[in-house]
Write a protein that binds this ligand. Sequence first.
Ligand code: TXA
Ligand code: MG
Length: 323
Amino acid sequence: MAQVISIQNQPDNALKAGVETLQKGQVVAMPTETVYGLAADATRPDAITAIYETKGRPRFNPLICHMASLEMALEYGEFDTLSLALAQKFWPGPLTLVVKLKAESPIHGLATAGLDTVGLRVPHGFAARLIAAFGRPLAAPSANSSGRISPTLAAHVEADLGPRIPLILDGGPAGIGVESTIVKVDNGQIHLLRPGGIATDEIEAFCHQSVIRPQKAGAIIEAPGMLASHYAPNATLRLEALEVSADEAVITFGDFKPKNLENAGYVLNLSAKGNLAEAAANLFAMMKQADKSGFNRMAITPIPQTGLGEAINDRLSRAAAPR
Ligand code: TXA
Ligand code: MG
């Protein structure tokens, strides 16, 4: 069973235990600003294998490699001008840049699934300190069994992976709540591989150019993790519900009341104020909560497609996809 260490109460101990566990080639669940990650040494095949095995993750799905700083990232990836500008603007933060892997990079091919590109991200806070103390990049997917809802609390990780991992570093609730935005620059154009914690329009405003959206979820396996069915709760999920029924757990947003809400079995609101950042932060925890409420059916009311709504709707459509 995993040892759980509170970063707030025992910062030195958390860092030390994290580094020691990573040095053994084992996995560590660590908080990031987006979701909890299942981290391991990105240069060691045994360590990366432990990530795939713990999650039950298909190995054709590459992992994001986390860096302590932009300087560190420059040692592993080749940055074109635009990728560099994006890194300078949005790092540390919830942006993953897919760039060309440096030829002599020690990142192991198991982490990149053999691609000649690599997804790089510099997270905020404790995760960056852990990477700096460890001194090598950390491959880290979300710390959940493959295909399930990502964890935004240490308790989510413990409930799912606790028996299978040695260490969980508890940093409290993940502030952003959805995974990083993933982009790839190709010929000066920015391609969105996954909407996430940085709103796409923020990137567009910064670069003064439009970001090219994926044609259709699941159409291109450019980000192989973008499988249609993902984030699956146990209950079925119905989207854009304007009307609900008594046998459903209902998730609402803002002040919109679907028809028949008063008869719904169970009701949660992602953000009563209608704030999309708050909704993103609550999304996965509330999906889990609704899933545990005892109903086999969940319904969610419409979420605007603006700002972080794009990432929220992306996760919801995968959660609702046929399994
Ligand atoms: O916020 C996040 O991004 C979290 C935290 C832990 O950092 N991590 C995360 O990792 O969401 P994961 O493994 O659940 O998602 C990684 C995504 C997958 O869709 C994968 O296919 C894509 O990144 N990816 C990684 N490397 C890639 C590459 N070289 N080219 C295209 N897509 C890549
Ligand atoms: Mg994931």
